[in-house]
Design a protein around this ligand. Structure first.
Ligand code: SF4
Length: 320
């Protein structure tokens, strides 16, 4: 087996032929695409909800939450008309509750300023609350067909392995590669299907630790495949993944205790409690987590208020 050091980052002229990759991806995707409830739905609002949920939550957890959210708020106008507290309640179980506040604000702004029509380009979508570069590109590409590179963790890993082998560059170096491999205008494979195929290859075949190259549509053109088969060399597999920052510890973190405060308020009539009740809920969360909160209840409440997740008045706290 060749050694990892034998592989160096190839120049752009040595990148695989994009058309051949698209053909291989299209054949594989036609037979192996994952069935996901947001795929093929001709409603940009559904794409928006799915992409915001997928920002920080795994696909399996998102599926039931996505369906329940659309049942509760079937249109952007319905979401805009709802109290933010109702949206935060509906977000229960998802974590990163600020996403619910952003979605609520986004819906109101799009209804007020654009008559309820979402912008169609990634550049315009990025102007909306809670929409970063990745989510903007995903909505523009999947809902509106824009030729935008959609770089999630799976896409980074697959493209990096195919071109850079087991010497992964920083993520930033994969972006121009992703741009250059986009299907051209009028190609048989749409940019949307190309990215969905890459995501599915990453999720079901090109596993971070044990890629299953014999099942992969790119095996004949992948620079990493000769190094990673048979699977089992954890060091090489790790070296072939573009660097991504590790998520910090959740239990006992400020994020954990903020989440417990919001959970507590969700369970209260009217989403409202006294600050003393919130402090008691914090002590219960501390006992359950076995770690003291890194901030006081007052500091956490102040942060939640800044983020639009609670309001405080006269010693009482409530969902907005
Ligand atoms: S051939 Fe192997 S390493 Fe390359 S993209 Fe496919 S599964 Fe990943």
């Amino acid at each position: 087996m060749p050694r990892a050091s034998a592989v160096s980052a190839p120049p752009p002229s040595a990148w695989p032929d994009a058309g051949a990759l698209h053909d291989a991806a299209a054949r594989w995707y036609a037979a192996n695409a994952r069935v996901l409830p947001w795929r093929g739905v001709p409603d940009p609002y559904a794409a928006l909800v799915a992409e915001v949920m997928l920002q920080q939550t795994q696909v399996e957890r998102v599926i039931p939450q996505y369906e329940a959210f659309l049942a509760a708020f079937p249109t952007l106008r319905a979401l805009a008309a709802a109290e933010p507290a109702a949206v935060i309640r509906q977000w229960a179980g998802m974590g990163y509750n600020r996403r619910a506040v952003h979605l609520s604000a986004l819906a109101r702004r799009v209804v007020e300023e654009r008559g309820g029509r979402l912008p169609e380009t990634a550049a315009e979508l990025r102007e909306l609350p809670g929409i970063g570069p990745y989510t903007a590109a995903a909505i523009a590409c999947f809902a509106f067909g824009e030729r935008a590179a959609v770089l999630d963790t799976n896409v980074y890993r697959v493209l990096s392995r195919v071109v850079h082998g087991v010497n992964a560059p920083a993520r930033v170096a994969v972006a121009p590669l992703a741009e250059s491999l986009l299907p051209p205008e009028g190609a048989a494979m749409t940019p949307s299907d190309w990215h969905q195929a890459l995501m599915d290859v990453g999720a079901t075949v090109c596993d971070a630790r044990r890629p299953d190259c014999p099942r992969c549509p790119f095996r004949e053109r992948c620079a990493a495949a000769p190094f990673l088969q048979p699977p089992g060399n954890a060091a090489l597999a790790r070296a072939s993944i573009p660097y991504a920052p590790r998520q910090s510890k959740f239990h006992g973190s400020a994020r954990y205790f903020r989440g417990r405060i919001v959970d507590f308020l969700r369970a209260q009539p009217g989403g409202c409690a006294t600050e003393r009740e919130v402090e008691a809920a914090m002590r219960a969360a501390e006992a359950a987590s076995g770690a003291p909160p890194p901030r006081s209840a007052q500091e956490l409440l102040a942060a939640l208020e800044r983020d639009g997740l609670v309001r405080r008045e006269g010693g009482r706290v409530r969902l907005p």
